[in-house]
Design a protein around this ligand. Sequence first.
Ligand SMILES: NC(=O)c1ccc[n+]([C@@H]2O[C@H](COP(=O)([O-])OP(=O)(O)OC[C@H]3O[C@@H](n4cnc5c(N)ncnc54)[C@H](O)[C@@H]3O)[C@@H](O)[C@H]2O)c1
Length: 273
Amino acid sequence: MERDVEKGVKRLKWAKDHMKVLKRVRESVKKAGHLDGVKISMALHVEAKTGILGLSLREAGATVKMASCNPLSTDDSVAKALREEYGLDVYAKRGESEEEYYKNLNLILDQDPDVIIDDGGDLISLVHTTRRDLLDNIKGGAEETTTGIVRLRAMESEGKLEFPVMSVNDAYMKHLFDNRYGTGQSTIDGLLTATNLQVSGKNFLVGGYGWCGRGIAMRAKGMGANVMISEVDPIKAVEANMDGFEVLPMHEGIKKADFVVTATGCKSVVDEE
Ligand SMILES: NC(=O)c1ccc[n+]([C@@H]2O[C@H](COP(=O)([O-])OP(=O)(O)OC[C@H]3O[C@@H](n4cnc5c(N)ncnc54)[C@H](O)[C@@H]3O)[C@@H](O)[C@H]2O)c1
């Protein structure tokens, strides 16, 4: 049987071969020396593509420490390969407890970073609360996702954000291709792996018709599902209707749904009721 670390190395190599834009960026940043001696602490989903990002930043001159931004998304084979074959400091394992999750975020911060890369806002929030001693050295950061940006904008409007953060999600290339097409595909992939059910002919309810929700709905429809949308924003609800979907409140849709996916960034969209 293939060992985890070998599987991880293969995944990393496959991803690297498909990341040609990053290759160009890596080469130009390395040549310019912009990252020489820069300490980067990053909390991202730990999987092959972000692994290649971490290795690229290191190759371009930075010292990189990596943890997960989500206790459930780590690809353990990749994390192991990054540690054992590439010598990258990665602190993450799939299914880690909340305590382990925060311990790992703290471990990557111990290097007194110059730059923070975050996905969801937990790492930046930690620096602004229990690790405020690090604020003096931090030059700036980047935040990946919609929910993280919402949290950071709230901090900014209260005057509580203490270093500049680049909103990666605002790039059209990000929210169009990652949120819509990337999440659209990977959600269906995860659902199929978890349930081993056929999507075709099923009633498929999507909560939220934003960038991710539109992608998920589009892919489910393409696979033959009867897609319904639940959306609180009336304009997006009309958009869903005009895209050909039935739009209805969650508590009505869920009565006939075989699959329910929420893509809202909010809690309790499906509640006990
Ligand atoms: N895991 C990943 O790889 C990944 C990638 C991209 C985005 N995300 C996350 O996915 C979530 C959605 O991102 P997005 O870019 O689609 O956001 P978005 O703001 O474009 O869309 C969210 C939609 O949900 C709707 N909504 C909010 N509360 C609702 C409720 N209770 N019921 C029904 N609809 C509701 C909003 O009106 C909005 O239209 C965010 O949390 C984001 O951070 C995850």
